[in-house]
Design a protein around this ligand. Structure first.
Ligand code: PEP
Ligand code: MG
Length: 326
């Protein structure tokens, strides 16, 4: 079956009725790029940059400097051979601690993580932004900011990017002045205030892992409540659908980069909601593509509208099952 799937590597991801879909890879380190290409990824939709910072063998607390980060980002950009590489700025804290011994917040998932951490540590943030921008001179780079909820966080992030650019000009470094900046939509407040995002950002990427966690108040790493972690909860589906629709209305790209994007049982549902960009673990990519090749968008869209109007969870899960048979 693997071999058969692999034949689809170069096949464009297009539905039966001609709707084109972009399939990208989630990576943790530049070394994941060859595997991403081998699975036919059209780019990197999520480079979880915190993995350059975490668990560094023997030196868990040694933070990589600008040059070292630049080399890693450049390596990924070069490895992807002209395809876009979406680098997410440091998403540290909660389930991804920089220093596990220093972790003592009572509710770390609600604490100083991701963009909150970066804005509280401006030198660390600027160092990373300069490294990412320098890599943008070597191919198409997009910057993705995690855990945004407030307009001022977006504005401060954009100001920091401008400051990093000014510092690079001063130092004589090249970068792509048109580098796109996007927001992770992974806090319900963000999905409920999309106008302030689409006005300021070039693209959106829905982080369903955290969006589910925060919408349902289910700790994503707590096995005792894992049975309550439900991607098909009507509240979750509404937030995802709203984000896709609002982004497209504003003329900007919307991706899903959480685990939902790589779940073949949800491919048809996400397509039906209008999603045209999926980013996932490379191992899932060809299975999702196979699913897309067998879809008829016109049928999916009509059926998905019914799912989004359904209010009973049993009706929703039944209707999602029925999508597979269309
Ligand atoms: C997400 O939250 O869905 C996501 C893609 O980011 P992470 O899993 O790294 O928090
Ligand atoms: Mg997340």
């Amino acid at each position: 079956a693997r071999k058969k799937l692999h034949k689809l590597k170069k096949t464009p991801a297009i539905t039966r009725d001609g709707v084109q879909v972009a399939l990208l890879a989630n990576i943790e380190l530049p070394d994941d790029c060859p595997g991403a290409l081998d699975s036919g990824a059209e780019g990197v939709g999520l480079f979880r940059s915190e993995f350059l910072f975490m668990g560094r063998a023997g030196h868990p607390h040694k933070i990589p400097g600008e040059d070292e980060q630049f080399e890693q980002y450049r390596k990924a950009v070069v490895a992807m051979k002209g395809r876009p590489v979406t680098i997410r700025t440091l998403d540290i804290g909660a389930d991804k601690p920089l220093d596990p011994t220093e972790h003592n917040a009572l509710n770390p998932a609600l604490g100083l993580r991701a963009i909150r951490y970066c804005l509280a540590e401006p030198q660390l943030f600027l160092t990373q932004l300069r490294a990412i921008l320098r890599a943008s001179a070597f191919g198409k780079v997009r910057i993705l900011i995690p855990m945004l909820a407030h307009a001022f966080e977006i504005d401060q992030s954009l100001s920091m990017i401008e400051l990093a650019k000014a510092q690079l000009r001063e130092a004589g470094h090249k970068y792509d002045p048109a580098v796109e900046v996007g927001a992770m939509i992974e806090i319900p407040a963000a999905a409920l205030s999309l106008p302030m995002f689409v006005k300021r950002m070039n693209f959106l990427s829905i982080g369903t892992n955290d969006l589910i966690q925060y919408t349902l108040a289910i700790d994503r790493v707590d096995y005792e409540v894992a049975h309550l972690y439900n991607p098909l909860h009507p509240a979750v589906l509404q937030l995802i659908a709203m984000t896709i629709t609002a982004g497209h209305k504003a003329g900007i790209d919307v991706a899903v980069c959480g685990e939902m994007a790589g779940d073949t049982k949800l491919t048809r549902l996400l397509l039906g909601m209008g999603l045209r960009e999926f980013s996932m673990h490379p191992a899932q990519l060809l299975s999702v593509k196979q699913e897309i090749l067998n879809c008829d968008m016109a049928l999916l869209a009509a059926h998905t509208r019914k799912i989004l109007r359904a209010t009973e969870p049993s009706a929703i899960s039944e209707a999602v099952e029925q999508l597979q048979a269309l």
